[in-house]
Design a protein around this ligand. Sequence first.
Ligand code: NAP
Length: 259
Amino acid sequence: MNSDEPIVERPLKPESTVMIVGASMGFGAALAAAAASRGFHLALLSRQQSRLEELAQDLRRQHGVKVFTYQHDVKDFQQAPTLLQAAARDLGSLDFFIYNAGLMYQQGANRFYPEEEVETIQVNLAGAAAWLMPVADRFVRAGQGHLVAVGSIAGERGRAGLPAYAASKAGLHTYMEALRNRVSRHGVVVTTLKPGQMETSMLERTDKIRGPIAVERAAELAWRAILRGKQVAYIPARWWLVGLIVRNIPSFIFRRMSL
Ligand SMILES: NC(=O)c1ccc[n+]([C@@H]2O[C@H](COP(=O)([O-])OP(=O)(O)OC[C@H]3O[C@@H](n4cnc5c(N)ncnc54)[C@H](OP(=O)(O)O)[C@@H]3O)[C@@H](O)[C@H]2O)c1
């Protein structure tokens, strides 16, 4: 355990509470909207405070839920425990925590920019660890709670065009598996979401577009998987088969494929 303070939380209730890191746009905003439509109260974090507040106002007006917003750059790793305490205090409890923040620079096999690689790993993996550890600690103490992280089908193999992105998502998948193995005996559920392509601004930086789905549909599928307590969910499910095939292509063939 990290902290000496005992933390007491209420049991899961009809009015659940959700914290989403990386919620200002795209999949994170859609996850927030799908949660609000279920009557869940929200704490939303990311760098673009004005976008967060705009989204919060819409969700309060449309669904009558409580929505709190906090400006945060996930690269400020040391802020996570303080913001976690603040959000849980404002919400009154915390049932679901979703790490969605993600960064992907323009793909390309001829890009050699170490700053982009390091930042991608900071946002997609190190930031996740900085958040998931204190939240897991809190949930274990409470004997309940649900941790969710957004990985990617891209984490299944090392593609030439996106080494840091693929590695960060593969690392996140493994991190979540380890966390599940650590906390599930304490009543904490851990779900890894692995979306295929979704129609968000991130797709603009992709070299190949393959059957993307609307982000609202992806968020709905994600919440269904979360509420069923799934350990790993491909979004949509057909990417499970793609993942299986891609994982089993021998390296010498994979290297020659234009994936
Ligand atoms: N779109 C796809 O096809 C696809 C496929 C598979 C997986 N994913 C994953 O899905 C997640 C959401 O991606 P998206 O497509 O919705 O991308 P997006 O539209 O670019 O949104 C990314 C979100 O992450 C937040 N974020 C980025 N850097 C951050 C930082 N340093 N600190 C705090 N928040 C940060 C952004 O908020 P601010 O800018 O306000 O900070 C934004 O809310 C990511 O983890 C991504 O890897 C996406």
